[in-house]
Design a protein around this ligand. Structure first.
Ligand SMILES: Nc1ncnc2c1ncn2[C@@H]1O[C@H](COP(=O)(O)OP(=O)(O)OP(=O)(O)O)[C@@H](O)[C@H]1O
Ligand SMILES: [Mg+2]
Length: 277
């Protein structure tokens, strides 16, 4: 076969990625998940598998259940009371509804970031340390351990250089992009395996979006990322596989390039072409 030294196009990169993901195992396997808020059924027989170490997008019109599905992966829905979930969700091959599952452990393994960055109104440094403190079963972390944890988390989200001389600054005074990176950073000391992101760029300007997308891209292989977005360009750019949901059901799940170029369902095609939703 001829070898070319030309850089790969985005499409080729994606294909080579897909070839690599062919043998990957799954971080999340959900089977026949039904979820009700009171007597309103928000998820209907959802069966979904997320491959380890890739970025999977959830798209679909407002109210179709994207956030609900995301929140079922760390059992945050249950905070709303009046929620009934049936079916099976396995994360890293453990059924998260088993009696012996610790919600605190689950939420360490499956971290989440939201639409509006929500740092605590304390220093940048303390924001990173806070989660680790809450979750740390053992006593107080040593100063040097905390310093190392803060530096490593901030480096991983590409925020260290911007804030290293001012770690005592109040986190809420950062730009929205920096706040969102900080919210991602504070998950990292807990050693998550899955990171759920619910429209993480929707409060950001174009530059912020680009940089947070770069960050998410850098998470490939190390974390399994599930990202909800209303931004079709973002779904195409930033995800490896994409799931289209409608009225609580999964309509289609495919390689992202495939889903956008050659959708199998009429409903998917109409949505991605902007004809409804
Ligand atoms: N806490 C709740 N109590 C009752 N109903 C809810 C609750 N949260 C969501 N719902 C309903 O469940 C359905 C799915 O909502 P969900 O927020 O998951 O949709 P979504 O796809 O994330 O929408 P959006 O794109 O607007 O964020 C909607 O009809 C919504 O009104
Ligand atoms: Mg939502």
């Amino acid at each position: 076969m001829l070898q070319s030294n030309l850089p790969m196009t985005e499409g080729q990169k994606r294909l080579s990625m897909v070839a690599k993901t062919g043998s990957r195992s799954y971080s999340i396997t959900a089977k026949d998940v039904d979820l009700w808020y009171g007597d309103f059924q928000a998820l209907k027989k959802v069966t979904f598998n997320a491959k380890q170490g890739i970025i999977t997008g959830l798209i679909g019109p407002s109210g179709c259940g994207k956030t609900t599905l995301l929140r079922s992966f760390n059992r945050i829905n249950e905070r709303y009371g009046n929620v009934t979930t049936e079916g099976e969700i396995r994360i890293l091959d453990k059924n998260i509804y088993d009696d012996d599952v610790s919600l605190s452990e689950l939420r360490k393994t499956v971290g989440m970031v939201f639409q509006r960055p929500n740092p605590l109104p304390i220093s940048i440094y303390e924001n990173i340390v806070f989660g680790a403190r809450v979750h740390s079963g053992r006593g107080e972390l040593k100063r040097s351990e905390r310093d190392e944890m803060v530096e490593s988390a901030l480096r991983e989200v590409q925020l260290w250089d911007a804030v290293k001389d001012n770690l005592k600054r109040r986190a809420t005074s950062l730009t929205l992009e920096q706040q969102q990176k900080l919210c991602i950073a504070r998950l990292l000391p807990l050693k998550p395996r899955v990171i759920l992101m619910d429209e993480p760029c929707s409060a950001l300007d174009a530059e912020g979006i680009e940089r947070v997308e770069e960050l998410i891209s850098s998470f490939r292989d190390r974390y399994t990322v599930i990202i909800v977005t209303h931004n079709m360009a973002q779904a195409r750019r930033a995800t490896d596989e994409c799931v289209y949901m409608l009225l609580g059901e999964i309509m289609e799940h495919a390689d992202t390039a495939e889903l956008f170029l050659n959708p199998k369902r009429k409903e998917t095609e109409m949505y991605i072409e902007g004809r409804y939703g």
